[in-house]
Design a protein. Structure first.
Ligand code: C5P
Length: 236
């Protein structure tokens, strides 16, 4: 498995806005790893992924699939042909669904993009999970169980809060990857993120990859903010 990276969340509404942003990194030796989410993918379609790949960036396609195993398998096969580097699904779809996803994602030559599971969304509180979803376990126990299911199904890791990364590593081992959003510099605004961590603390806490949006995309100098993030997280 690769050694971790800083992933910039491209939370922009259109292809034009994305290209204007990526143009700023044209002369950078290190091409940022980027995340394409539902907003952009549903607005611009697969072509946006091909364009960004052609510019030399690695892509985490964050579409959080959740459906019956056969449908997810076929959807994952389409995503593997798109040549993304990382994608994800909801662990709530069960081990069968996750196994089908791994099968669908695997290319004829045996390689495949990294596949991660979303455990419980960080927007779901323990109280709501118990009252509305009738899951009568604690949030840490649920996250742990979903991560173990993902490992059993052959996935590479989970997307989780940097505060849960240690718990996941303890339950699933050091090689099981953690990808964590909710990252802020010590001196930047939290925005709508309730629980945040600095890049350095995230690394020390067990995050392999961090997903960073506004602290870079909304910075006065995004390239400088990206460099700072890489320095704090990877020590480069
Ligand atoms: O701007 P910010 O750094 O908060 O962006 C974080 C990115 O990570 C956004 O794309 C957001 O949708 C995503 N994300 C998150 N929390 C999760 C899962 C995904 O913030 N639990």
């Amino acid at each position: 498995m690769s050694g971790g990276d800083v992933i910039i969340a491209l939370d922009f509404p259109s292809a034009e806005a994305v290209y204007a942003f990526l143009d700023k990194f044209e002369n950078e030796a290190r091409k940022p790893y980027v995340k394409v989410g539902m907003e952009l993918f549903y607005a611009e379609g697969p072509q946006i992924v091909r364009e960004i790949k052609a510019r030399g960036h690695k892509i985490f396609l964050d579409l959080k699939l959740h459906d019956i195993p056969n449908t997810v398998k076929k959807a994952m096969a389409s995503l593997s042909r798109l040549d993304v580097d990382m994608t994800n699904l909801h662990a709530a779809g069960t081990i069968d669904m996750m196994r089908a996803a791994v099968e669908g994602l695997t290319r004829p030559d045996g390689t495949r993009p990294m596949l991660l599971a979303v455990t419980q969304l960080t927007s779901t509180s323990e109280e709501r999970m118990q009252r509305e979803l009738l899951i009568n376990a604690s949030m840490p126990d649920t996250v742990k169980k979903y991560a173990q299911n993902a490992k059993e199904a052959g996935l590479d890791g989970v997307v989780c809060s940097p505060l849960e990364a240690g718990l996941v590593k303890e339950a699933c081992g050091a090689a099981f990857q953690t990808v964590t959003p909710g990252i802020r510099f010590a001196d930047s605004a939290a925005d709508d993120q309730a629980r945040v961590m600095t890049p350095e603390k995230a690394r020390l806490g067990g995050s392999d990859y961090i997903v960073v949006g506004r602290p870079i995309t909304q910075a006065a100098d995004p390239v400088a903010a990206y460099r700072r993030c890489v320095k704090e997280f990877l020590g480069e």
